[in-house]
Design a protein around this ligand. Sequence first.
Ligand code: SF4
Ligand code: SF4
Length: 112
Amino acid sequence: MVVSVFEIIKEALKHLFSKPDTINYPLSKREVGHEFRGRHVFMEERCTACGLCEERCPSQCIKLLEDEKRIIIDLDACMFCGLCRDVCPVDAIQFSDEYELATSNKEELFVD
Ligand code: SF4
Ligand code: SF4
């Protein structure tokens, strides 16, 4: 297919005056939908230490500390599938809208 110079200029001018699809990130940020799965939020007071989240996590990145009724999630291995939240019988795991998780310190990738 041969594209003429005229068509290229026409297309360029069209986009020059149209609203961009991108935003000025990080100065501007997009809102995320209510089903967005960002950094986990763990509600320790609800947890019954049943172990379902640890058992079902396909990435094996949840560790349940039964004695302390506490879980640790390694976000470095997590694929944010949402299974841990879905299987928890007491809704002790939720997702926040926090998506800026990049870090050079791996310790920051543990949700405790
Ligand atoms: S979101 Fe999926 S991969 Fe991440 S901790 Fe939960 S079950 Fe595991
Ligand atoms: S599934 Fe829920 S209640 Fe059970 S250990 Fe995990 S967070 Fe706690």
